[in-house]
Design a protein around this ligand. Structure first.
Ligand code: BG6
Length: 481
């Protein structure tokens, strides 16, 4: 018996890039691994006119590109992948509702539906309205609405989108995606902290000196100028992915392991952040430089970027959380495109012992201990501490205790598989609740209203010069760069 209920996935934006790269492969893979190919159906909704067969050919190609074996997917595509156009001339949304009913009746499905909005954010509102108007916000089984990021581009727009969603759906039906929450290593933060009293007992202002979260990307803009030049790194990465990681690092233990208990604690973190000082935020924009020994263009030379654009491609900031656990401990957040490597890492630095017993030539030999949690790539963690270097007079050396996921468990599942499984299972833990998304926007809106001018940094470096100086006044430096 599979743990999954028979489900119809209605993917709005069914012929788009996200569907091709992530959604179809994830659904097909879950269906295959769990022996529920007859239970998972996909209805792709798109503007173009095509029939099921034409769409199935595209779907097969997408699945093969994603590395799924043709034998495993071919039969599934033939019977369980469908297409409908929602263009006006094809009957609009009523045609979608009719096709949903036809697929469910022909395949004896109980009416469990997940509507996945894999579309540009400006069309979220009309699509949500249209689904409700043709009655697709109710069904005999479950109805779930899955919304991709970005959820709004400001506090005001996020609030009005929440209002619209709540006028048509209940919050328990809504799954706001932040794909970072689907990453195995991000989820592991809860286990690392709350299953290991050793770490959790040190995880506070008495022992922690600072916390750093870096989400560095090697890639540049690629072909996304249309979206990115409007959004910038702050909206694209800090408000969502980096902040989600921050809340998991800083939250209190939840009273139980359920979606609302965890999300309550995450919201409390966001509400405890002290307003961020203007001097504690640095924006950067990459100029041409060397990546892997190749010269790459600067942001302003990328196709589609507005002339003289001041969009930031990197952000660093320092914030403080005013609660009993974290008062006075600096949290450094940093993200950027065209960094020297792709690296998502949390560094928790511990305080040095209050008295230095190990001095050589008048200099204290003790280094502060640290935990370095690498979320991607080379997922794992290191605990760094001092040992005596052999055969030397009390010379200390910092050494790692090292754990790597791939060595222990092999490869990790794709974040989208985890998230799609949870949507079918009805587990909202890894999805962002409405108050959480608004609390994140509230925290950052003052910066977005008054953004600093970006400083230039060369592609292949760790961000603007102002960013590298940010932690120095507390005596720290970025772990990398
Ligand atoms: C997306 C951003 O949400 O996350 C992209 O829009 C970014 O700009 C991507 O490249 C990073 O995700 P990952 O999983 O590759 O770290």
């Amino acid at each position: 018996m599979s743990r999954f209920e028979p489900t119809l996935f209605v993917i709005v934006g069914g012929a788009g890039d996200l569907t091709r790269r992530k959604l179809l492969p994830a659904i097909a893979d879950i269906a295959e691994k769990n022996g529920c190919q007859d239970k998972f159906h996909v209805l792709a909704v798109g503007r173009s006119a095509q029939d099921d067969e034409e769409y199935r050919a595209w779907a097969r190609e997408s699945l093969a590109l994603a590395g799924l074996s043709p034998e495993a997917i071919s039969a599934w595509c033939d019977t369980s992948v469908h297409y409908v156009s929602n263009a006006e001339e094809a009957g609009g949304w009523q045609a979608v509702a009719d096709k949903v009913a036809a697929i469910e009746s022909a395949n004896d499905l109980p009416g469990n539906r997940a509507f996945y909005l894999a579309i540009p954010p400006r069309v979220f509102p009309p699509v949500i309205e249209a689904l409700a108007e043709v009655g697709l916000n109710r069904s005999p089984g479950f109805t779930r609405l899955v919304i991709e990021k970005p959820f709004g581009n400001s506090l005001e727009t996020a609030r009005s989108l929440n209002e619209l969603v709540h006028a048509r759906f209940e919050e328990h039906q809504v799954y706001r995606i932040d794909h970072y929450l689907g990453k195995e290593t991000v989820q592991n933060l809860l286990v690392f902290r709350f299953a290991n009293a050793l770490f959790e007992n040190s995880w506070n202002r008495s022992l922690v000196r600072s916390v750093e979260i870096t989400v560095g990307e090697h890639l540049g803009l690629e072909t996304r100028a249309g979206y990115y030049d409007q959004a910038g790194a702050f909206r694209d990465m800090i408000q969502n992915h980096v902040t989600q990681v921050l809340t998991l690092v800083a939250m209190e233990p939840p009273v139980k392991l359920d979606a609302d208990a965890i999300r309550d604690e995450k919201v409390k973190v966001l509400r405890s952040v002290v307003p961020i000082a203007a001097d504690d935020v640095v924006f950067g924009q990459y100029v041409g430089g060397l990546i892997d020994d190749e010269t790459v263009p600067g942001y302003l030379e990328e196709p589609g970027v507005a002339e003289n654009s001041v969009t930031e491609t990197a952000v660093s900031l320092r914030l403080f959380i005013d609660n009993w656990r974290w008062q006075g401990v600096p949290f450094y957040l940093r993200t950027g495109k065209r960094f020297p490597e792709r690296l998502t890492q949390i560094v928790v630095r511990f305080r040095e012992p209050p008295v230095c017993l190990f001095e050589v030539d008048g200099t204290c030999e003790v280094h502060s201990d640290a935990i370095v949690i690498t979320l991607q790539p080379n997922e794992g963690f290191e605990l760094l501490f001092d040992v005596k270097a052999p055969e030397e007079d009390m010379r200390l050396q910092t050494v790692p205790l090292d754990f790597r996921y791939d060595a222990a468990f092999g490869s990790l599942p794709d974040a989208y598989e985890t998230l799609i499984e949870d949507i079918v299972l009805g587990d909202q833990t890894l999805f962002v609740r409405s108050d959480e998304v608004e609390a994140a926007w509230s925290l950052y809106q003052p910066i977005l209203d008054n953004p600093p001018m970006p400083e230039h940094y060369a592609a292949g470096t760790w961000g603007p010069p102002g960013s590298t100086k940010l932690p120095y006044d507390t005596g720290d430096r970025w772990w990398q760069g």
